[in-house]
Design a protein around this ligand. Sequence first.
Ligand code: SAM
Length: 224
Amino acid sequence: MSKLYVIATPIGHLEDISFRALRILKEADLILCEDTRVTRKLLNHYQISKPTISYHQHSRLTKLKYISGQLEQDKKLALVSDAGTPLISDPGAKLISYLIERLSNLKIIPVPGPSALATILSIAGFPVDRFTFLGFPPNKKKRKKFFQGVINSKYPVIFYESPHRIIKSLEELDELRATKYELRIVVGRELTKKFETIYRGNVKQVIEQIKKDKIKGEFVVVVK
Ligand code: SAM
């Protein structure tokens, strides 16, 4: 039976990876990486030298066929993204649905681990038994609708954001908020990394704090 392991990798701190994930990476015949150079750093850190190929959102049909062919030869494959859990705002869904349709004998095995989503929820400090995850806000169109959805949500909302747009997004959220009630937010910046910072407060307060810190790094936002 062919096996594809879908493996979560650290979102920053290289020690945030399970023993099982490391064992499977060591045993794999081929590792499918969102970016081979990024995953190489993790593999080098754990002295794992295994063949890697790239698989990302722009991969073509020939790549899917190649991967499918490898599995048909009963090779053991591992899929990883640059950071965190594959498929959560990361590539992998197209590949998995392609393989499920074609390989009746394929076992797809999750190897759980970090995700920025679960990491920020674990320290949010308010009930997150139920929540809504919205991934990245859209770039251009439908942003207002996106943020309206955030403030109208019955449950806390989590979204991802880049350093280039974090202030813009929070300001847009703040503008909408003016017509409603006060929002509390928790923003995680560079979680598990050297400059990890957690910002808490209303939207205006958090914008000011992030601006003071010069707005670098990766961000994940929880809105209550
Ligand atoms: N699959 C990943 C996961 O499970 O978290 C998410 C991939 S998505 C392309 C990358 C986004 O996740 C970043 O832009 C940021 O919003 C968030 N993110 C990833 N690592 C993070 C970290 N260490 N601190 C804060 N946010 C992070």
